[in-house]
Design a protein around this ligand. Sequence first.
Ligand SMILES: NC(=O)c1ccc[n+]([C@@H]2O[C@H](COP(=O)([O-])OP(=O)(O)OC[C@H]3O[C@@H](n4cnc5c(N)ncnc54)[C@H](OP(=O)(O)O)[C@@H]3O)[C@@H](O)[C@H]2O)c1
Length: 305
Amino acid sequence: MKIFIAGATGFIGRRLVRRILDEGRDSVLAFTRDAGRARLRLPPEVETVAWEPLLGPPPTGVLEGAGAVINLAGEPIAQRWSPVAKERIRGSRLTATRNLVTGILAAGSRPGVLVSASATGYYGPREDEPLDETASPGTGFLADLCRDWEAEAMRAAEVGVRRVTPRIGIVLGPHGGVLSRMVPFFKTFLGGPLGDGRQWMSWIHIDDLVGLILHAVRGESVSGPVNAVAPAPVTNLDFARGVGRVLGRPSAVPTPASVLRLLLGQEFADVLLTGQRVLPKKAQETGYRFRYPELEPALRDALSR
Ligand SMILES: NC(=O)c1ccc[n+]([C@@H]2O[C@H](COP(=O)([O-])OP(=O)(O)OC[C@H]3O[C@@H](n4cnc5c(N)ncnc54)[C@H](OP(=O)(O)O)[C@@H]3O)[C@@H](O)[C@H]2O)c1
């Protein structure tokens, strides 16, 4: 099968591409805003097609022959949420997903499945409540974004394309994501919890996320939202302690909420100071077996490469 991926050049996408090619069963076509740069970042076997996601659907005819479409494109969330940044964050997900789905609807032979990213931010700030896929959406910019983003992908289901929206947690992997931002603090003995550290962190090792995305592509019984998190969420304090232990550094220097708000702006800082305790009910019910169900082995692997 040919798997089409938007956002293949990113942190998650590159790992996903590597896994698909290593397995040797499927080929990959990458939609990218910059085909020249993508060719440098992706293995030579990957076909690249230029697509400006805000301007319209992918070029006519390109989506013909796709067995599966995976949508990972989007402006990074981890930044100060100025009004302009918020617009970029929303547009790069809602307009891009809408245009991608419009292209799928127009294709003569449609793919069997669309896997379109969402995030655990869907649930909003939730204290200690355990959350499976049936939990109600939260409120706030990120929760609204995820709800609207999933709704854009839903249009594909209306024409019989199986649609899966992984609600992705905090992804742990080498060369990117949250760890690349945390590690410098720990290495300089400044690591520790954010605020009081009581907020939950629902994390997933990048190899499990990639495994779960492919489980969604290949598992006919998987559809709708799927919590893409490991079965053992931890508090921010325990997460910091785990990183400290694995790096052999102390983890006792908290970043006060006020400092975080000053550095990152109130709205994005508050996302880090609150959290969700998300459980992978559907992944487990549909038979996905986690390679890294516990935090410390996941951190050891992600931080060793
Ligand atoms: N990493 C995490 O911990 C995490 C957690 C929850 C959810 N997610 C979601 O999972 C998806 C993939 O995450 P990631 O960490 O791999 O993201 P990433 O490394 O930031 O890459 C995403 C890709 O999106 C494209 N992109 C970037 N800015 C864009 C813009 N303004 N407009 C349109 N396209 C843009 C880029 O591809 P081209 O330059 O090739 O076009 C980029 O390679 C994202 O939607 C993210 O929100 C990630």
